[in-house]
Design a protein around this ligand. Structure first.
Ligand SMILES: Nc1nc2c(ncn2[C@@H]2O[C@H](COP(=O)(O)OP(=O)(O)OP(=O)(O)O)[C@@H](O)[C@H]2O)c(=O)[nH]1
Length: 668
C-alpha cells in the first residue's frame, strides 16, 4: 500500500488561510511543497514552515491583498470582495486555488480560498435595478423557477436540453453557458424543433463560467429573459445549461443572495431544481482518476477558468451532491455493473437526490421536475414539504421532525449534534453551509425528493408513470447501495481539536486505493488487514485543528483525492462586534450555530466528518481519529492558544473594519 506523503500540509493550509492573505500564502506554501518533492521526509519541514506562516495569520494576513486579485480584499470569511462591493457574497466564495500533487499514497492536498473574480455584486444589483422596469414587476405574476442543468462536457446536457425543448409544455427560457469561443450549444438549441417559433427564448452566456467569472452576468441574462417574457406567454421555466466545469451550488448561492439583497430579479424568478447529468459509462472510472480538469480537456470547455486546477473527482462529486435530480445518461454505453455501481454511489453520496436513467437525454422536463410526494410510513405531516417549493420551504426537518440519522449523514448538511461523543443527529438538518430552511449559504431551497431510509412508498419515485427513463426515489437507491454493495455511512463528531502531529501521521497512513474504477473497488472483496480508511470512497466535513484554533477547515475526500480547505472562521472565534457584523451577512446563522453547535468553551468548533464507503468500520475509524484528538494534558495549553488567536484576530479585525459603518451601508 502506498502512503500519503503530503499530509503535512495541514497547518500550512490553515496558516495561509488564517483569515486573509490566502492566495498569496497558499501559493507560497504550494511552491515549497512542490519543491520538496512531496516525499514523506519532507513533511516535518513543511509543517514547520506552516507553523511559521501560521504565526503571521490573522494580523498580517487580513490586511494583505490577495495575489493575483488586484483590488480584492481578503475577509474573515475566507473570500474576498471587490472593494466597495457587497460583503454578502464573501462567505460563498468557496472555490479555491488548489495546490497539490500526486504521491504514492492518497492524494492529499491543501487548498486555499480564491478571491472571487466576479464583479462586485453591487454592480449587478445596480445593473438590475437600472434594468428594472415597472412592467416587469407588474406583468410577471409569479416567480419563474430557474432550473440548473449541470454535468461534464459530453455528458449529454445539450441532448437532454433539446429533448426538453422538443417536448416543452409552455414557454421555456434558456441560458446556455458555453465557455468556448463559439457557443455551439446555443446553436444546437436554436436548431431544435421549437427554436424558431417564438416559444423558446435563448440567451448565450459566453467566454466564462456562470458559477465564477460570469456569475453576475448570469443573473443579468436571466433578467433579460424576464424582460422578453413581458410580452406573450410567461415562461414556465428558465433553464440554465451550465458549462461543464460549473459548480451548481455556487450558482444557487448567487441566485439566492440576489433575492436576499432584494435585487429586482428575485421578484421574477426563484430557484428551481438542480439537475446533474452523469455519464453512467464513465462515472466510476472518472471517480478514481488522479487528474485535474486541466489535464482533461475532453471533460471541460475552454480553459476551465478557476476550475482548471480542480481534481476531476472533486468537481464530479460537487455536481452530484448539489443535485436534486441526477440523470444517469448514456446507459446504452454502460454495462449493467457500471450502471448499478454508479447508481449506488450516487445514492450514497447524495441520498436526497432523485436518480433517473436514460440515454440520449430522452427525459422530458416535466418528468425530471415531477414532484415526488414523500409518504414514508409515519410521515403524516402535510407540511413535510416534499416537493416544497422555495428556499423557505424545506421545513423538512423542522416541520415534521424526521430523524435523518441514516440517509442524511452529510456533515456539511448539518444536524443538530451534541457534544464530544455526540453523534446525535436526531433533529434538524440545519448546517449553515448546507442551508436547509435555507437562510443562507449553500443550501438551495428547491423541491426535494424524500430520502428517508424508511420511505418505502412505492409512489415515491419508482416508475411513476414516466414516459421515458426510470425514476427511482433515492431511498430505494440508498437501500440498494447498502444491500448490493454494502455502502454505508456514519458521521464522526468530536469536540476537541486534532493534534497536528498525530493527525498528520494518521493521514499519512491512508492508503491509496489500487483500483482505477470504483466498480472494481466495490466488487473486490476486502482484505482482513485493510486500513480502516481503505474502503471509504467519500468523506467530507468540518475539521478543527489545534494549530489553527480560529479556522474552520473543510475536509473533502473522494476516490484518491483529498483536500483540506480553509472555509472561514468559527463563529466562536469572533468577538461581539465581529459577530454583529457577520450576522448581517449571514442572517440567522449565528443563532442557529448557538442553538445547535455550541459549547461553552469552544463555541461551534468541532469535528464533524461523514464517511461513506463499503463496509466501513465505524469503530476503527472513530478510534483512529479519536487518537488524534488533544489529550486532557494537551488541552490547557491549547485553550491559551485559542484565546490568544481570538485576540489577534480581534486586533486585526479592528484595523481592517474600523470603518464598519461604511461596510454596513454597503450591505443595505
Ligand atoms: N451513445 C450515447 N451517446 C450520447 C448520449 N447522450 C449524448 N450522446 C452523444 O454524446 C455527445 C455529447 O452530447 P451532448 O449532448 O452535446 O453533451 P453535452 O454535455 O452538452 O456536451 P457539450 O455540449 O460538449 O458541453 C454527442 O455526440 C451526443 O450525441 C447517450 O446517451 N448515448
Amino acid at each position: 500500500m502506498g502512503r500519503a506523503a503530503a499530509a503535512g500540509l495541514l497547518c500550512g493550509a490553515a496558516a495561509t488561510a488564517g483569515g486573509g492573505s490566502l492566495a498569496r500564502g497558499g501559493a507560497c506554501w504550494a511552491s515549497s511543497w512542490r519543491t520538496s518533492g512531496a516525499t514523506q521526509e519532507a513533511v516535518p519541514r513543511l509543517l514547520r514552515r506552516g507553523a511559521r506562516s501560521l504565526s503571521a495569520t490573522a494580523a498580517s494576513a487580513l490586511r494583505a491583498p490577495c495575489a493575483g486579485s488586484a483590488g480584492l480584499r481578503a475577509t474573515p470569511f475566507g473570500g474576498a470582495a471587490a472593494a466597495g462591493g457587497s460583503l454578502a457574497l464573501l462567505r460563498l466564495s468557496r472555490r479555491r486555488r488548489q495546490a497539490g500533487g500526486v504521491t504514492d499514497g492518497i492524494n492529499i492536498s491543501a487548498t486555499v480560498p480564491l478571491a472571487r473574480t466576479s464583479r462586485a455584486s453591487s454592480s449587478v444589483a445596480g445593473a438590475m435595478k437600472a434594468h428594472a422596469s415597472p412592467e416587469v414587476a407588474a406583468e410577471t405574476p409569479r416567480q419563474v423557477p430557474v432550473v440548473l442543468l449541470s454535468g461534464f462536457l459530453g455528458a449529454g446536457k445539450t441532448s437532454l436540453l433539446k429533448h426538453w425543448l422538443e417536448n416543452a409544455e409552455g414557454r421555456i427560457g434558456i441560458v446556455v453557458n458555453d465557455v468556448g469561443a463559439v457557443n455551439i450549444d446555443a446553436k444546437l438549441v436554436k436548431q431544435s424543433k421549437y427554436g424558431g417559433d417564438g416559444k423558446i427564448d435563448a440567451i448565450q452566456l459566453q467566454n466564462g463560467c456562470a458559477c465564477c467569472s460570469l456569475g453576475d452576468e448570469l443573473l443579468v441574462s436571466i433578467y433579460d429573459l424576464l424582460d422578453l417574457a413581458t410580452e406573450g406567454e410567461p415562461f414556465s421555466q428558465i433553464v440554465v445549461e451550465l458549462s461543464g466545469v460549473a459548480e451548481p451550488q455556487r450558482v444557487c448561492d448567487n441566485i439566492r443572495l440576489a433575492g436576499e439583497r432584494g435585487d429586482a430579479i428575485s421578484d421574477g424568478v426563484k430557484l428551481g431544481k438542480v439537475v446533474t447529468l452523469l455519464d453512467a459509462s464513465t462515472f466510476c472510472s472518472e471517480y478514481m482518476q488522479w487528474q485535474r480538469m486541466i489535464d482533461r480537456p475532453d471533460l471541460m470547455d475552454g480553459d476551465g477558468g478557476e476550475m482548471a486546477d480542480c481534481q476531476v473527482v472533486e468537481l464530479l462529486v460537487e455536481q452530484t451532491e448539489a443535485a436534486d435530480v441526477v440523470v444517469l445518461n448514456k446507459t446504452d454505453l454502460a454495462t449493467a455493473e457500471q450502471l448499478a455501481a454508479t447508481r449506488a454511489v450516487v445514492a450514497a453520496i447524495n441520498p436526497k437526490a432523485v436518480i433517473m436513467e436514460t440515454s440520449f437525454g430522452m427525459l422530458p422536463l416535466k418528468v425530471v421536475l415531477a414532484e415526488e410526494p414523500c409518504s414514508e410510513p409515519g410521515c403524516s405531516d402535510p407540511s413535510h414539504g416534499h416537493g416544497h417549493e422555495e428556499a423557505s420551504g424545506h421545513a423538512h426537518e423542522e416541520a415534521s421532525g424526521h430523524a435523518h440519522e441514516e440517509a442524511c449523514s452529510d456533515p456539511s448538511h448539518g444536524h443538530g449534534h451534541e457534544e464530544a461523543s455526540g453523534h446525535a443527529h436526531e433533529e434538524a438538518c440545519s448546517d449553515p453551509s448546507h442551508g436547509h430552511g435555507h437562510e443562507e449559504a449553500s443550501g438551495h431551497g428547491h423541491e426535494e425528493a424524500c430520502s428517508e431510509p424508511g420511505c418505502t412508498d412505492p409512489s415515491h419515485g419508482h416508475e411513476n408513470g414516466h414516459e421515458n427513463g426510470h425514476e427511482h426515489g433515492s431511498s430505494s437507491s440508498a437501500t440498494t447501495a447498502e444491500a448490493r454493495f454494502g455502502i454505508t455511512s456514519f458521521t464522526y463528531t468530536a469536540r476537541r481539536p486534532f493534534q497536528e502531529k498525530r493527525f498528520t501521521e494518521a493521514l499519512q497512513q491512508w492508503p491509496v486505493p489500487k483500483q482505477d474504477d470504483l466498480g472494481l473497488l466495490l466488487t473486490e472483496p476486502s482484505a482482513s488487514d485493510e486500513h480502516p480508511l481503505s474502503r471509504v470512497m467519500r468523506s467530507k466535513g468540518f475539521c478543527w485543528l489545534e494549530c489553527h484554533p480560529s479556522s474552520r477547515m473543510y475536509w473533502s475526500h473522494a476516490g484518491k483525492n483529498m483536500v483540506l480547505n480553509y472555509e472561514g472562521l468559527w463563529w466562536g472565534a469572533m468577538k461581539e462586534d465581529q459577530l454583529m457584523l457577520m450576522e448581517k451577512m449571514a442572517t440567522g446563522e449565528y443563532e442557529r450555530a448557538r442553538q445547535e453547535d455550541w459549547s461553552e468553551d469552544f463555541g461551534d468548533r468541532r469535528q464533524e466528518i461523514v464517511f461513506i464507503g463499503q463496509r466501513i468500520d465505524k469503530a476503527a475509524i472513530t478510534a483512529l481519529l479519536d487518537n488524534c484528538l488533544l489529550t486532557d494534558d494537551e488541552l490547557a495549553p491549547y485553550m491559551e492558544k485559542q484565546e490568544a488567536d481570538k485576540q489577534d484576530l480581534s486586533r486585526a479585525w479592528a484595523e481592517e473594519y474600523r470603518d464598519a459603518e461604511t461596510i454596513d451601508a454597503g450591505l443595505s
